[in-house]
Write a protein that binds this ligand. Structure first.
Ligand code: AP5
Length: 217
């Protein structure tokens, strides 16, 4: 049962690669961003609490995200876990160690997606998804083949994340530099960090991650 962290700034491709690993391996994607967006959509008390924080591009409290991850880890059974967007602070990194140890799990790799921030702003600001099936599209890189029609399901409804505007993306990047990048040494000391060029194509990034997980890199 392998447990890995995908680490990288907003738009680095964590969600793209985590979804692919979940589809191809007996692993579960644990994305705190997705969990928080579900909480918002359901109108739960947690959702109401985090809405303004997320829309400003700031980090939600460590206690909330750690509790969400703990619940999902309990439901993961024997599947390996892909942590996508968690941990994001030193306190979350330490909380994750505890959650894993309590469940007899070991952290195998921390995969850092190394990227160019200006390029990421273009990636994020241009992205949108099908409102029906969730298929990802992009204004510049992945326009629907037929204008305004989803390539996958044919729907004509699309949506954009409220935090995907340039100003909020810059705040999200700053939060990453200030609070998340500094946790890398914590994992480096333990020899867990592997680096992948996140500016390569989606398939090339996927191949590099596969090589790490299969022990060939
Ligand atoms: P979250 O949802 O985690 O957002 P994020 O980290 O900002 O990451 P993104 O989802 O924007 O990017 P990604 O790296 O997954 O890239 P993706 O694969 O989508 O968090 C949102 C908010 O929730 C935070 O700001 C915070 O408020 C809160 N939050 C979440 N977790 C928290 C925590 N632990 N603690 C506190 N607060 C928390 O790819 C981006 C785009 O690029 C897509 O269009 C994709 O198709 C494209 N793309 C991907 N890979 C490539 C490639 N190799 N080449 C070209 N295009 C690519």
């Amino acid at each position: 049962m392998m447990n890995i962290i995908l680490l990288g700034p907003p738009g680095a491709g964590k969600g793209t690669q985590a979804a692919r690993l979940q589809a191809n391996r007996a692993m579960i994607q644990l994305s705190t961003g997705d969990m928080l967006r579900e909480a918002r959509a359901s109108g739960s008390p947690i959702g109401e609490k985090v809405k303004a924080i997320m829309d400003a591009g700031e980090l939600v409290s460590d206690a909330i995200v750690t509790a969400l991850i703990g619940e999902r880890l309990d439901a993961a059974g024997n599947r390996g876990a892909i942590f996508d967007g968690f941990p994001r602070t030193q306190a979350q990194a330490e909380a994750l160690d505890l959650l894993l140890a309590e469940r007899g799990r070991i952290l195998d790799h921390v995969i850092e997606l190394v990227v160019d921030e200006d390029e990421l702003v273009r990636r994020i600001v241009g992205r949108f998804t099908c409102a029906n099936c969730g298929a990802p599209h992009h204004d510049e890189f992945k326009r629907p083949t037929v204008t305004a029609v989803c390539d996958v399901c044919g729907s004509t409804e699309f949506k954009r994340r409220p935090d995907d505007n340039e100003q909020t993306v810059r705040t999200r990047m700053a939060e990453y530099r200030a609070k998340t990048a500094p946790i890398l040494p914590y994992y480096e000391q333990r020899g867990l960090v592997r680096r992948v060029d996140g500016m390569a194509s989606v398939d090339e990034v996927a191949a590099a991650i596969d090589a790490i997980l299969d022990g060939g890199a």
